[in-house]
Design a protein around this ligand. Structure first.
Ligand code: NDP
Length: 246
């Protein structure tokens, strides 16, 4: 039987690469996007071509009603959930802490922290009800331990919150056979850098990486698929750096 996996923010970047790989590895998929409907359709098509059943939902994770509607759609279509990749996330323009505004901080934490926590909560409720265990992977960032001074300390702090949420939730649901882990990507070639105002950011910083290169979304996706899988059956509450050594 194919397992059901929800991937948030699957229209582009790491989420899209994870969806494509998960389809090949035998998951049926619930995929979400916020604004990139055309890109989402292409990813869904590729996943179906790889043999997956695919449910696509538009959902802003900063809107609790969208999360509710998303899970109603998953319940209707699949009636169960085995895996979650909690990937949807944002950065913002590079500024110093002295330039941070209340509006920016609210948005950053609404999407990256509160949204991710509510999405995880609903997944755990279903997995506990099913009684068959499950696996969650939260997408954190190397920023969670680097701090991102002079760029986006708010983003780094939101991802640090995800790291400790991962540990706390993992401990809480360990006896339900639900594993919760995080992946911390480093400098990965996706559109997120352009959205933060600097398309060439990953390339510019690549010399700071011990491996002297950026990573690809697929390299992150492979780590996510490992943590989701039974190959990681004794791995929970941990964070896996996919950073080229940075
Ligand atoms: P992308 O910008 O390519 O992808 C982000 C995804 O999240 C898109 O599918 C986007 O949807 C979705 N999204 C954004 N805001 C919301 C929202 N409010 N509600 C629901 N979905 C939303 O970036 P990446 O693939 O790089 O980022 C994926 C994750 O990886 C993020 O959590 C990011 O913080 C993390 N990460 C990335 C790194 C990198 O170097 N690329 C490094 C470390 C961590 P849509 O486009 O449809 O609006």
């Amino acid at each position: 039987m194919r397992k059901i996996c929800l991937i948030t923010g699957a229209s582009t970047g790491i989420g899209a690469a994870t969806a494509r790989l998960a389809a090949v590895e035998g998951y049926d998929l619930a995929l979400t996007y916020r604004s990139e409907a055309a890109a989402m359709a292409k990813v869904a098509e590729a996943c179906e071509a790889a043999g997956a059943q695919v449910l696509v939902c538009q959902a802003d994770v900063a809107q609790p009603s969208d999360i509710e509607a998303l899970y109603e759609a998953i319940d209707d279509r699949f009636g169960r959930l085995d895996a979650l990749v909690n990937n949807a996330g944002i950065v913002d323009q590079a500024v110093k802490v002295t330039a941070l505004t209340h509006d920016r901080l609210r948005r950053m934490f609404d999407v990256n922290v509160i949204g991710a926590m509510l999405v995880a909560k609903e997944a755990v409720i279903r997995m506990q009800r099913q009684g068959t265990g499950g696996s969650l992977v939260n997408i954190s960032s190397a920023a969670a331990r680097l701090g991102s001074a002079n760029q986006y300390v708010d983003y780094a702090a939101s991802k640090a919150a995800i790291d400790i949420f991962t540990k706390g939730l993992a401990d809480e649901v360990a006896l339900d056979n639900i594993r919760v882990n995080a992946v911390r990507p480093g400098l990965i070639e996706t559109d997120i850098h352009a959205k933060g105002g600097e398309p060439g950011r990953a390339q510019r910083l690549a010399p700071m990486v011990p491996m002297q290169r950026t990573g690809s979304a697929t390299e992150v996706a492979r780590a996510v698929l490992y943590l989701l899988s039974d190959a990681a059956s004794y791995v929970t509450g941990t964070t896996l750096d996919v950073t080229g050594g940075r």
